[in-house]
Write a protein that binds this ligand. Sequence first.
Ligand code: IVH
Length: 667
Amino acid sequence: MTEEEAQKRIEALRESLHHHNHRYHVLDDPEISDTEYDRLLRQLQKLENQFPELLTPDSPTQRIGAKPLGAFESVAHAVPMLSLDNAFNFDELRDFDARVKRLLGIETEIDYVVEPKIDGVAVELVYENGLFIQGSTRGDGFVGENTTLNLRTIRSMPIRLRSSELAVPTRLDVRGEVYFTKAGFIQLNKEREKFGEPTYANPRNTAAGSLRQLDSNITARRPLLLFVHSFGQSEGFEFSSHLQALQTFAKWGFPVNEHISVCQGIENVLTACKKIISLRDQLPYEIDGAVVKVNSLALQVRAGTRTRSPRWAMALKFEAKQAMTQIVDIKTQVGRTGALTPVATMIPIKIEGVEISRATLHNQDEIDRKDVRIGDWVVIQRAGDVIPEVVKSIASRRDGSEKKFQIPASCPVCDSRVVREEGDAVHRCQNVSCPAQLKEGIRHFAAKGAMDIEGLGDKLVSQLVDTGLVANVADFYTLTLEQLAGLERMAKKSAQNILNALEASKSVGLGRFVFALGIRHVGEHIARVLAQEFGSLDGIRHATMEQLLATHEIGLGVAESVFLFFREDHNLKTVDRLLQSGLNIQAGTRPTDSRFARKTFVFTGALKLFTRDEAERKVMALGARAVSSVSRKTDFVVVGENAGSKARKAEELGVTILSEAEFQELL
Ligand code: IVH
């Protein structure tokens, strides 16, 4: 390549990197995957190494991040928050070790600390004399945003350092990552979905967004967590090694990751990295690599830093979970609850060695929010066992031939009406006998906790549906011995057992029957609540929206779905047929025992004598309510082992607390 060609290429790369930097750091809305960004940055680095005269101070290789957003006050970091250099394979880690040794003039093996690289948002927390006084995001590495109030809401972050074992430093700037657990993130999205709000695409960006809320009440409601992994300025306390610093942080009360090890020599480092790689999918939070750091702080100082990154540390980046490809078509799938899910079929690509050709688009809001069209280039993400999803479309790659997609107005399988209820992000087929919903619905009906029909497992349900013997849950009760015995691999005796089990299931409590119907949002607990409140199937069936909404614990979503369920012809016919086949539904009990009537119970911690469900059933049978959160209106909190925040809250509010033994006595 001539210098002139290199100059052109360098300029193009810089422009592109500046653009992507801005999208990532300022807008929190990247257009390309991290891997692709790293690839561009490395191309530029390589060219700049080849043509050092073309290196300029404003090159993206010379910068750490991007300018802050501007909504928060700026805070200068006393010591810049550097980034990490990336290695993409073990050979590059070996090169790193060789460089460190050369730099330090050491021939013996070096001690390294190996840590998981948490895929979160970098923050700095400043403590003076043990008190948290300020917190900020990393920003461009020199100046971040003052997010003290938001950071304060993170419960695992100490507001005051514990000082029972050790003195506290006069000043400490501790650094770490704020992150969501995988489960916390899924839960957050579920809640958003329930309230009809668009769901979030990835935990890291959502953690960043959560820290940038102008109202810290919103941040407080997000299940954010923290790991600390390094420090900037420190006064009044001497650390000897990185590991000792981390151990000291833990003593002061900071959350420090548990999968951290010290390794002598690079080959041991590689073994530790492999261990972390193997843990990746099991960990409850996202990691995107391993970080290798020289353990001795004295050696770190000797090795020194570059503009962007220290010479004594290196990140081993894992294979990307994201990749880009093109959408060929979008199809609509129908699930058990009738939810219509748009699914993209794509030109196959590999992520982490797994070929992917389909990805979920979640719902219409997500399609609209991401503006995903048929023919679009998109970023796909795969995380563990989760279904791959379309993260975003890349509008800049369109050629005009792309087509918008709209979820159909009638079910693609049974052609019934599709409804999207207010406040719900999902379109649903309203036909409870829709073949696509059928198998799952039938399985649910027969399952434990519902009609509990013994012997009616997944296999038999599939057989019954595939042979056309059961097309509706009411068909169960018209099955004959001949029909059952005629099924493949079904002996006459087993067929008779099934008939007996079906007969036995006819005697059922109202709550279980309502649960068995598979009404959306109506789980076991809510089904019991309905049974207790309305006392009979007719009562529930004819309940008005007002009556439903007046019921304790029943919100708009549940009320609407119960109301609509009993306004759909297919459903009413099914219920009537079930009743005609001789079902004996035992009514819900009305409040009787004065010690329990209308009292509210919360069960928390691990109970030994009952399962949570059993305990709830018992108190409800006596006319009490079982709810999940403690408030002033709660009458009793029953605490099992390791009870946590609910027990504390009960104490604060002066609610009566019962041990399990005391509860049993009361019963
Ligand atoms: S040490 C100078 N340790 O990764 C080194 N960073 O890509 C300071 N990160 O900015 C960072 N896990 O926000 C370190 N165990 C870990 C980390 C970690 C995640 C983040 C950190 C850093 C970024 C670099």
